[in-house]
Design a protein around this ligand. Structure first.
Ligand SMILES: Nc1ncnc2c1ncn2[C@@H]1O[C@H](COP(=O)(O)OP(=O)(O)OP(=O)(O)O)[C@@H](O)[C@H]1O
Length: 441
């Protein structure tokens, strides 16, 4: 499952909330394990005991075994009556777990805000609903399972009586000795008991497999139809002509622009004017745009995604920090040139963060400040990019002096092409920019 997720494109991954993936990997895996694999192994054990009882019944008379087998086949039809309800309940339980995980994550992440507004009581209000939802779905599933078990157990008792009756008739017909009736009672008890266990276990196993089918089906995507050209080249310029992007509710129109290699560009514009949308198009996160973006002489769509990601880097306003050491956060555990790493750490003033080389920065950067996190994010991009650095408000969390220092360092890089999106263009840096593009709604 994780390997399939690794292969998703940006748009495919973002079709669903990250909590849905978390729920698959926690709740659904548990459900598959508890209801699926545990039942699979139990079914093997029941089948073995069933076989041993069948051999013993056969030793008395083949006819008794034949009737037992016919009755057990009839018993196996019972789950069909519950199949739809059982699969529906299992699927609904998995959905309710997804909602539960998403709600817990959302409201616990908002704890600080609720705390400062004296509204932490919202936690129990919001979580109560989803907890009750999970409980109700669990009860529904248990109820359906219970009804199925009762039907199977009852049919098992009826089948035992039927065999005892057949045995009685065979004794009267002098085909079996009178004492057989006592032994056959025990044997058929075992035989039909294990048949009913076997049926329960196989039915539950199959309905658990439906969850894994649901995940598999959710992760099936058509291949990207546009054939990528492996040869990446950006030696001259990127041109953007007549580009627009259609969201369900709004069409975002992007102004025509040219970005020459090695030069620096600023993009300014009102909130909602389409700056981030453009950057997402340029990074190939949003593929279905209209218009033309050429990189040297190739259309952007034809450039291989991995090549593009290798050469271009994108820094957003929101720093992503992993619970790894500073160096691992910068390198993403890749081998990098030591001199380059040292330069990036110096340029992004990161030596102050490096309290201890091994110390992790905390989950979502809990052990460092917001400004430090942004510098780590910028440092990671500088370390990974060869050609183009796109910064979307990536210095907004820094104090003005540090922001200017960092921005100047980046803008002074001679070979790097920089696209710098900002709401607050520092006039003392204007001379670095070849052009300032203005987006309007
Ligand atoms: N995922 C989305 N789904 C639907 N509409 C979206 C989505 N992302 C952006 N939009 C819409 O597209 C328009 C452009 O948004 P975009 O985020 O590109 O603006 P922006 O210039 O980057 O704004 P800001 O400066 O506030 O970050 C807005 O009207 C926004 O509501």
């Amino acid at each position: 499952m994780i390997e399939r997720i690794e292969q998703l494109s940006y748009e495919q991954f973002h079709e669903r909330n990250t909590n849905e993936y978390s729920s698959w990997l926690t709740n659904d895996i548990n459900l598959i394990e508890e209801q699926g694999f545990a039942n699979f192994y139990r079914a093997i054990s029941s089948a073995t005991l069933l076989l041993l009882s069948a051999i013993a019944i056969f030793k008395f008379h083949w006819l008794l075994l034949a009737v037992s087998l016919v009755l057990s086949v009839l018993m196996m039809l019972i789950p069909k009556l519950f199949k739809q309800a059982l699969e529906g309940n299992t699927a609904r339980m998995s959905k309710s777990f997804e909602k539960y995980t998403a709600t817990i994550d959302e409201w616990f992440k908002g704890f600080d805000t609720l705390y400062h507004y004296n509204h932490t009581q919202l936690l129990s209000q919001k979580l109560a609903g989803v907890i009750i939802g999970v409980k109700e779905e669990k009860q529904r599933l248990k109820k359906t399972q219970g009804m199925m078990y009762t039907a199977i157990r009852s049919s098992s008792v009826i089948a035992q009586y039927a065999i005892i009756l057949v045995t009685g008739l065979m004794i009267l017909a002098k085909k079996l000795s009178a004492g057989t009736i006592f032994a056959i009672g025990d044997l058929t008890g075992n035989f039909f008991g294990n048949t009913s266990f076997f049926i329960d276990e196989v039915t539950n196993f199959i309905s658990a497999l439906k969850i894994s089918d649901k995940i598999d089906e959710a992760l099936i995507y058509d291949e990207v139809t546009i054939k990528a050209n492996q040869d990446y080249s950006f030696t001259r310029k990127i041109t953007v002509t007549d580009v627009s992007y259609q969201f369900p509710e709004v069409t975002v129109k992007i102004p025509d622009m040219v970005f020459e290699k090695g030069k620096k560009y600023a993009i300014v514009g009102k909130s909602g004017s389409g700056k981030s949308t453009f950057l997402n198009i340029l990074m190939k996160n949003y593929r279905d745009f209209t218009g033309v973006i050429q990189v040297d002489n190739q259309s952007l769509q034809r450039i291989d995604d991995d090549e593009l990601k290798y050469h271009w880097a994108y820094v957003s306003q929101k720093a992503t920090i992993f619970d790894l050491s500073l160096v691992a956060n910068l390198t993403l555990e890749e081998d990098v040139d030591d001199d380059r790493l040292t330069k990036v750490m110096r340029d992004m003033i990161l030596n102050e963060v490096s309290f201890d080389k091994q110390q992790a920065l905390g989950v979502q950067g809990a052990n460092i400040s917001g400004g430090q996190a942004q510098r780590v994010e910028l440092g990671r991009a500088l370390l990974h990019t060869q050609d183009l650095l796109i910064i979307d408000e990536g210095t907004s969390g820094l104090d003005p002096k540090t922001a200017q220092l960092i921005e100047e360092t980046i803008l002074a890089e001679p070979d790097l092409t920089v696209i710098f999106v900002t709401h607050h263009l520092n006039s003392s840096l204007s001379h670095y920019f070849e052009r300032i593009y203005s987006f309007s709604k």
